[in-house]
Design a protein around this ligand. Structure first.
Ligand SMILES: [Zn+2]
Length: 393
């Protein structure tokens, strides 16, 4: 055990730290300064769990999480500022952190690493392997709490990441029926009630447009279920971890706007994307659509995954996946650009054949050649030419 006593604003606080708690360093929290501090190593942290550095450093958190004496040596070099990763929300209580470095990392290159909650160090340890530093042996985090992960390298580069943990109480709160509109029934916990009137109005407007575009009138009301956080959403939907919302059997399930932290308009588009899936399913009860068509229509009508620069990036990544490759790799769509490419396929289809033939294709995909006058292979080739012309300069 190591024990530190600090005085802060007249209050004596005692921080008790087990030896395994901080890091790979057996000698303590901060290694004594060495000549290595002054050497110009280019080592950098490039990502944490795949999350890349944010653009901003907020003023207050450019400081260490505490003024405790134990941290006083742990500051970046005077000419360097702390760099922050984007805040992470509703993190699982047993989350592991994988910190990726720009090159192989050695123990002596890390001056300091800690995980703190309310300035208190959290017991745990880290394992070094190649370019990766992985957390291990942490106790379960406390629910609904804010933690800070701090890394300081001997070359003076300093990084931090704030994350808050999953709110168990909110997750346990049952979804309840909250309101209805002509085409939707809304189920949420208390935390998401506030946005419903504005959300419902926006979804009704978009739903009318989707129905017009797809030449259909869908019967009944869709059920919109909004879960309070990522854990409860994934548990209810059984979706992949990267999923924010999904649609099945006339129901839309979605993560809360409070968790996703996107803009309201982006959230509306995400739900419109899912509502469009239900409209597609009403046109094609047998659900025989390939992913590029099913998702492409939802992206096109929901106005999601349609950022020009992002689409262009995937188009430039040769070779562009074929329709067959997109079909068989749905589980890793985000990295393949599956959504963006599918958007571009449907965009091209609508520009070439119009909405009436989009309706025909969704209703009877097996008749692709009769509807379009060309084979799927020919369509794929013309689409590829079209996106090269549109997205590659
Ligand atoms: Zn979708």
């Amino acid at each position: 055990m190591m024990q530190f006593v600090q005085t802060q604003k007249g209050i004596i606080q005692k921080i008790i730290v087990t030896l395994t708690c901080i890091i790979l360093l057996s000698t303590g929290l901060v290694l004594p300064a060495t000549a290595a501090d002054l050497q110009g190593s280019a080592l950098e942290v490039v990502s944490i769990n795949g999350i890349v550095l944010g653009q901003t450093v907020r003023g207050e958190s450019a400081q260490m999480p505490t003024e405790a004496a134990i941290y006083q040596q742990a500051q970046p070099q005077p000419d360097k500022a702390w760099e922050s990763f984007p805040d992470q929300h509703s993190v699982a209580l047993d989350k592991e952190w994988n910190i990726a470095f720009s090159s192989d990392i050695h123990q002596e290159e890390v001056k300091y690493i800690s995980l703190t909650k309310n300035n208190q160090l959290t017991p745990g340890s880290w394992i070094l392997k190649g370019q990766m530093l992985t957390s291990t042996g942490f106790e379960r985090y406390e629910a609904d709490s804010i933690y800070k992960l701090t890394i300081l390298l001997r070359n003076g580069n300093g990084y931090y990441l704030y994350f808050d943990t999953f709110n168990e109480n909110a997750a346990q709160g049952q979804l309840q029926f909250r309101m209805q509109t002509p085409h939707f029934l809304f189920y949420t916990t208390e935390q998401d009630v506030e946005i419903l009137p504005e959300l419902a109005t926006a979804l009704e407007t978009n739903f009318a447009r989707v129905q017009t575009d797809l030449h259909t009138q869908m019967n009944g009301q869709q059920r919109i279920e909004i879960y309070p956080n990522q854990e409860s959403y994934l548990q209810a939907s059984s979706m992949y971890g990267w999923s924010a919302a999904c649609a099945t059997g006339g129901t839309v399930q979605a993560n809360s706007l409070k968790t996703l932290q996107c803009s309201f308009d982006t959230y509306v588009n995400t739900l419109t994307h899912e509502i469009t899936h239900n409209v597609e399913a009403s046109l094609n009860a047998a659900s025989t659509l390939p992913h590029w068509l099913n998702e492409g229509v939802a992206c096109f009508e929901g106005k999601t995954n349609n950022n020009y620069a992002t689409i262009a990036r995937y188009v430039r990544q040769a070779p562009v996946p074929t329709f067959d490759e997109l079909e068989s790799n749905y589980y890793r769509w985000p990295e393949l650009g599956g959504y963006e490419l599918s958007y571009s396929i449907v965009e091209y289809y609508v520009q070439t054949y119009g909405y009436e033939k989009l309706h025909a294709l969704i209703s009877d995909y097996d008749c692709f050649a009769e509807i379009t006058g060309i084979t799927l292979e020919q369509f794929q080739a013309t689409w590829l030419q079209a996106i090269q012309a549109k997205y590659v300069q």
